[in-house]
Design a binder for this molecule. Sequence first.
Ligand SMILES: C[S@@+](CC[C@H](N)C(=O)[O-])C[C@H]1O[C@@H](n2cnc3c(N)ncnc32)[C@H](O)[C@@H]1O
Length: 333
Amino acid sequence: MTPLHTETLAAPAGAALPRPGTLADVEGWFFGQDQLLFDWLLTHQARTGVRGDLLEMGAYMGKSAVFLGRHLNPGEEFTVCDLFDSTPGDEANAGEMARSYATLTRRAFEANYLAFHDELPTVLQGPTTLVPERVAPGSCRFVHIDASHLYDHVRGDLAAARRVLSPEGVVALDDYRAEHTPGVSAAVWEALFTQGLRPICVGRSKFYGTWGDPAPRQQALIMEIVGRGDCHADLQTIAGHRVLRLISGHGLAAPELPRSRYYETLRAEERAAEEIRRRRADTDARATAAAQEAEAAQRRAAGRRPKARARRAALLLLPPFVVKGLRRLRNRG
Ligand SMILES: C[S@@+](CC[C@H](N)C(=O)[O-])C[C@H]1O[C@@H](n2cnc3c(N)ncnc32)[C@H](O)[C@@H]1O
């Protein structure tokens, strides 16, 4: 979901790279309901032997990409396409970028991703028009469209998704019904009426569809939903297509992701560096205290010296019997 107002998400200029401990710490718009739907659809593919690559158009700071990367199997490729810090090709897209993603950087995306995965995905930095030339036709089993939310771009992204998806492939499309993204709604329903896109499911934020047979995926989702007490579903028909609607509160969430070895190594290094800093500060504090003590002792000694000198001078000047008497007195005291 793109924000209407993103000021609250803006990181201060020159801020350190993020180091998230959980997915909730990663900035973005990938909510519990969709985490579960991604999980169910991708797990169903794995269970039924559907293999293929993963593609995300529009990664922002990596919230959904981090999640998708968890479902990558050996031999599969995950490609992420985003403008990140590069300039969009057209004015409308530039306006959208300036309004919504002004603080985005590729480095921040990479730092977030590496907190949960040991390797980065293949990154296409640039507009999603790169996808058809860089991703092989029919190679993907899952495509997430969440880049520009303007009608012409989403239309192009849907066409690219159709081209790169296998028949068992699933497309997830963000903001299909949000008030501020009518272009996405127009593009998705147009694809349904004229481009053979078939709905699997809709939720609060995303539309899930396929250019293959939606029935087995719908069946799999129903099996997941009936086993839970925190959500339910209804079935509607749109122009002869069955659409499953997932209904839930905001509390839904997929299980937390473990952090990567890379993240744990960085944290261990940070903790070791912190320990060295603490010990150094400790040694410095002790050295300062010792120096202060020595200085104070010196000052005390310097204060005593004139008295001692004066006493020695007096002893030399006084008559011997007086000196003797004084010594006796001192020895007695
Ligand atoms: C809504 S955000 C993505 C959110 C992300 N999927 C998440 O889960 O938090 C949209 C992203 O699309 C990117 N974007 C916008 N227009 C684009 C374009 N024409 N081509 C590629 N990426 C684009 C922006 O840089 C931004 O990172």
